[in-house]
Design a protein. Structure first.
Lengths: 308, 288
């Protein structure tokens, strides 16, 4: 008996070593392609290392000097502001429209037809290559492009509106594209959340004679809070990584007067000019901000689990 | 009684107007989503001269001519399409296979570090590739892998998001008794994984393969930093090149057809698989 148990145990152990074996590919690749680069990025942030013309300066150890430069030369603040402005301009309509659509799609009383068609269409822009979509917007909204031509043919405009010379024109285009690319995705996430709400609650509200507006504000929205927070923070993390759209739309220049220059475009410029010191410091800052935001998600979804 | 009837009527009307508003908003949003691609399609069929004259909402006859002009130009579009296909396909294969394997390791085995490793993988899920890009590019230069497709493919083996999806799916659909039965039949662990677990995971693998494919098809940031020679570039990098070349000064027909060439394959695939994809998003989104 005893022997048998012992054998079983050792067999379990020999099976369980396969757990580690199956983890090898993931961790080997993670260490080489993510962890080592992360460490070397942090390491780089403490060195003076850039090119000025043909002269290579550094690498010399300068401690926190890069971080000081980053925070005092004012560029970081401007680009953070740009990124956040464009994110907010896209996110506010996105969350409003998504909440509205999700509550319509999941409302049994409304009985909308062709919902799967609408879902398919609103999710479509999310899969479009962001760079090609931005290039498309650039050509469509160009001074002599189709949008201006259409608006002039309809008599709305007398002369072409120069979208790319106007600060708010270009920012609005970036925000519009972000909105278009993400509201379908958010709608589907919120809908999944709404489906998870106990239908008995809605029935009880109906029996009590609550209007659909009351149901939305008093039942759906409060119960959706964890998912809303999740959507908001993941969207903010995504917003901080905003790059493809403004990069292609403005050809990497963030024009006019750098009003559409985002944080990652700033990082990209450092990587291209091989200013590894400042680039490293900027990466570390972005890493820390993302880590804090992710921690909030972790906490929220953890509490959510406990509540259930 | 009558009052009650009135109330009901009121509610009924209310629902009708609400339904009408819902349809109007939905149709407007549908228009907002599709309008750009419609204009793109129309303009891809028109010659440069026609494009300059004004916008006409019906297709013209210059689609093939534009395509030939683009092929004769400096951008290696076929090569770009080919590179994009290679990278995206291999990424989809590697990412789903190894993520399933990682998820299986956590799901099916009991070992000391199981819990901390699971938490660790969830924790690294949110690290954006951009913040490690600096070290990544330096490392690739040192490893002589710059200007090669390998650094775009191999890193997808460690894909925490795909891993998480697979883990969730296993929890709901993969009973460990099947694995036990395979063991009793004398199947080795790797064999069990390849021949029993993988086929059972097919639906999840299909969804994640599509997502990984599209993600890498559209990826621009890292390829732009890694790829330098024209015959290695993927489509997004070529699009960026098109933008910086200021093509607007000459043939717009070519510009439109190039954009259409990168966008329409994804749209067609999406329309064929849309049911899968929309469900996949909903499933992946409900975390916890």
């Amino acid at each position: 008996m005893k022997q048998k148990a012992g054998r079983g145990n050792s067999k379990a152990v020999s099976y369980n070593k396969w757990g580690y074996i199956f983890l090898i590919p993931f961790f080997a690749v993670f260490i080489v392609f993510q962890f080592v680069p992360l460490v070397s990025t942090v390491y780089n942030s403490f060195f003076e290392n850039y090119r000025s013309g043909l002269i290579q300066v550094g690498p010399n150890f300068i401690g926190l000097e890069n971080y000081k430069t980053l925070f005092t030369n004012g560029e970081l603040l401007t680009y953070t502001k740009n990124t956040l402005i464009m994110w907010v301009m896209g996110f506010i309509p996105q969350i409003i429209v998504s909440l509205l659509l999700a509550s319509w799609f999941s409302d049994q009383r409304l009985r909308l037809k062709a919902t799967s068609f609408f879902k398919t269409v609103i999710y479509l822009p999310n899969l479009i290559m962001a760079s090609a979509f931005a290039m498309l917007f650039y050509t469509l909204f160009a001074d002599g492009g189709p949008i201006n031509l259409i608006l002039m043919q309809l008599g709305i405009l007398q002369e072409p509106f120069k979208f790319f010379s106007s600060i708010w024109g270009s920012r609005s285009l970036v925000a519009l594209m972000n909105f278009l690319m993400w509201f379908g995705n958010t709608t589907i996430l919120l809908m999944a959340g709404m489906m998870g709400i106990d239908p008995a609650l809605f029935e009880a509200a109906e029996v009590d004679g609550a209007t659909s507006t009351q149901v939305f504000w008093k039942i759906t929205l409060p119960l959706l809070k964890p998912i809303l927070l999740y959507v908001m923070i993941t969207s903010l993390i995504g917003g901080l990584q905003m790059f493809d759209v403004p990069q292609i739309l403005t050809n990497g220049k963030g024009e006019p007067v750098r009003s559409t220059m985002t944080l990652i475009m700033y990082l990209n410029n450092h990587l291209y000019s091989k200013n590894y010191g400042l680039g490293g410091a900027l990466s570390v800052c972005l890493f820390i901000i993302t880590a804090i935001l992710s921690l909030i998600i972790f906490k929220v979804s953890g509490n959510d689990k406990k509540a259930r | 009684m009558e009052q009650n009837m009135n109330e009901k009527l009121d509610k009924g009307l209310n629902i009708k107007t609400r339904r009408l508003i819902a349809y109007i908003v939905l149709i407007f949003l549908t228009f907002l989503c599709l309008f750009w691609f419609y204009v793109l399609f129309i303009n891809a069929t028109r010659s440069n001269g026609e494009l300059k004259k004004g916008f006409v909402p019906i297709p013209s006859t210059h689609l093939i001519e534009n395509w030939k002009n683009l092929r004769a130009g400096i951008l290696p579009v076929w090569q770009g399409m080919f590179n994009s296909l290679i990278v995206s396909t291999l990424c989809a294969v590697f990412s789903t296979y190894f993520s399933t394997m990682t998820a299986y390791a956590i799901h099916a085995y009991d070992f000391k570090l199981k819990k901390p490793i699971f938490t660790f993988i969830l924790a690294i899920m949110m690290i954006p590739t951009q913040v490690t890009a600096l070290g990544f590019v330096q490392l690739m230069t040192k490893m002589k892998m710059e200007d090669s497709l390998i650094p775009l493919i191999v890193p997808t083996i460690a894909a925490p998001v795909t891993f998480f999806y697979m883990k969730q799916y296993m929890e709901s659909t993969l009973p460990l008794s099947i694995v036990e039965a395979a063991r009793i039949d004398g199947s080795g662990e790797l064999r069990t994984f390849n021949h029993i677990v993988l086929p059972l995971m097919k639906p999840a693998i299909a969804v994640q393969a599509i997502f990984t494919f599209v993600l890498n098809w559209n990826n621009y940031f890292i390829p732009a930093l890694i790829l330098h020679s024209d015959n290695k570039k993927t489509l997004p990098v070529l699009i960026a090149q098109l933008r910086s070349a200021d093509f607007l000064k000459f043939d717009m027909g070519q510009v439109y057809i190039m954009i259409a060439f990168s966008i329409f394959p994804v749209i067609i695939v999406y329309l064929l698989l849309s049911k899968f994809i929309v469900q996949g998003v909903a499933l992946g989104g409900v975390k916890g």
